[in-house]
Design a protein around this ligand. Sequence first.
Ligand SMILES: C[S@@+](CC[C@H](N)C(=O)[O-])C[C@H]1O[C@@H](n2cnc3c(N)ncnc32)[C@H](O)[C@@H]1O
Length: 318
Amino acid sequence: MAAIGSLKIIDQNVLATEAMIEYVRADSDELISDKETTPDPFYQDHFRRTKEAICRAFEGLKRRALVVGVGAAQDIPLEELAMTFDKVRLVDIDLRYIRKAIELLPEELQGKFELEEADICGFLAELSQKAEELIAEKVAYREFVKRILDLLPTLRKEKYAYQENEYDFVCSALVGSQIGGVVFGYLDAISKRAYGVPFVPPERKDHEIARFMNNIQIDHLKELFQLTRPDGRVYFADHYSLKKVVFLRGDMETSTEELERIPLPGAQEVQAAAQQIFCVLSKEYWNWGLPTDEWIEKKLRAHKFIVYKISSFVFSRH
Ligand SMILES: C[S@@+](CC[C@H](N)C(=O)[O-])C[C@H]1O[C@@H](n2cnc3c(N)ncnc32)[C@H](O)[C@@H]1O
């Protein structure tokens, strides 16, 4: 275990190939710059609501906490976690932004954190090595797609240090749906680079892919369960549907006109699995509005938004 000042950095496995890491970093950069550059209050409102919900979820708990997919922690109450728990383990595949966020905290709280660079789906190293071997062998595009689809259900999971502990509080905020997104985003990126076209499986495979994506999210929930002490709690939030709306400035909840409603993949299966795995202590919903570049009517300031419905849960193991 290495230490920078009082902050502990957990020893790392080989996470994935350089191309995979490059993809993940570019994806985070885009996400973070979107969040930082948008002046829109709905971003800030969503962050505030998430932080408040997380603080309520860990009320009365102490000792060890774990946050997976911590990203830049814009939606994670770092100070409150550090003041409540003896140790707070923060895990992400990309630690660049969380290091900066921790440097901004009071020095006496910084020593409470342990940072771990880890892949929470566990198979990105094997997937990226094998995918890039196929490209190096110069297999044709169709063969590449076929061999990757055959590979996906066979991937084995690496173990990481964070899995060796049990935690009083475990937090996963908007991470479950992101894990599968990283897998297919990376496949798209390397396919474009090697073949000039994105990674597009044949339509008859849609069902298999949907099952694979759902299983990633359900495995994530099962892992959260296993990481939690029997008397501990889990905070879990994700988005399962989105709406396209026209929004006239004012109150987002009341002054919008709905254009289209789209369920996101896994919406029903993953939420049903969550309720089977855990006991639901509480749930809340709110809207997270992301401004698009499209103006419906500039003079009226009618702006087209994508609105994610955030589902926010507190679970216990029984
Ligand atoms: C949408 S962000 C979560 C929001 C985050 N709390 C924030 O405020 O920035 C999803 C995070 O999950 C991480 N992630 C995605 N797949 C991962 C994986 N397989 N292992 C570890 N982290 C992963 C990404 O790096 C990203 O930081």
